[in-house]
Ligand binder design. Structure first.
Ligand code: GLN
Length: 249
């Protein structure tokens, strides 16, 4: 059985090895006997709802965001419909910002977003850089930690009632003040966490895979556990670094 992953703008939005997240999804699916068909979605190409089980968009500097922003608006209907009908989605940093309503960049230029996430972002004077540690509860009663790396000028404000991805234990997060990081809308998750994120957070990679399978199968399948010793060690190292160095609120 296979899932189809749509990778938006792999040629423009890919910093801090964000495309490594795709490699992890494909490998963890393959280790369970599933196939991942990867379809790049470039500028000028449509997002056809129903075609993808998971959509992915990476991060990028203001310049790259400006190069794709108008094209992403032209894809808005497809992305919004795909998520509304149950596709999973992971958006990182610059991609996360453009899936909100707008991003005002470092020079004060307003880039339109598509409004999937109920939030807006303005670039500040300084960059928020460093290791990050979050506490998440994507499934009721299941508290887990996410460890990653952030580097952004953007300060993201969630709307009242919006669901953050997690609570900041160490690091800056959405704005360095609210104590929250990321945003979640159903099976769609936006985050500032680079790294790439998924190699050092195998539970989250499996949660995303299960959401993508749920889109194809109806319910998220139980994925057999994998021997994640290396991944668990990478998480521990990243978490320790965040606790030692992460930005202090
Ligand atoms: N250009 C955006 C910012 O600075 C996003 C950066 C990124 O994707 N790392 O906030």
């Amino acid at each position: 059985m296979k899932i189809v992953v749509g990778h938006l703008y792999p040629d423009y939005l890919n910093i801090y090895a964000d495309r490594g997240n795709i490699a992890v999804l494909a490998r963890r699916a393959a280790w369970r006997g599933y196939d991942v068909e990867l379809r790049p979605v470039l500028i000028g190409e449509p997002v056809r709802p129903g075609e993808y089980d998971l959509l992915y968009v990476g991060g990028g500097q203001d310049r790259e965001q400006a190069l794709v922003a108008q094209d992403l608006v032209a894809k808005a209907e497809g992305v919004l419909e795909a998520v509304a009908e149950g596709a999973a989605l992971l958006a990182v940093c610059g991609g996360y910002q453009l899936l909100g309503r707008s991003y005002r960049d470092f020079h004060g230029t307003d880039l339109p977003g598509i409004g999937l996430f109920p939030l807006e972002t303005d670039a500040g004077e300084t960059r928020m850089i460093g290791d990050v540690l979050l506490e998440c509860e994507l499934e009721p009663g299941e508290r887990r930690t996410l460890a990653g790396f952030e580097n952004h000028a953007g300060r993201t404000r969630l709307d009242v009632g919006a669901h953050p991805l997690g609570r900041v234990l160490a690091g800056f997060g959405n704005d360095g003040e609210s104590g929250w990081e990321g945003c979640r809308v159903g099976r769609a998750v936006g985050t500032y966490l680079h790294g790439p994120l998924l190699p050092r957070n195998p539970w989250f990679a499996d949660w995303l895979l299960a959401q993508a399978f749920a889109h194809r199968l109806g319910d998220p399948p139980e994925l057999e556990p994998l021997p994640d010793d290396l991944e668990t060690e990478a998480h521990a190292v990243s978490a320790r670094r965040a606790q030692l160095r992460g930005g202090r609120r």
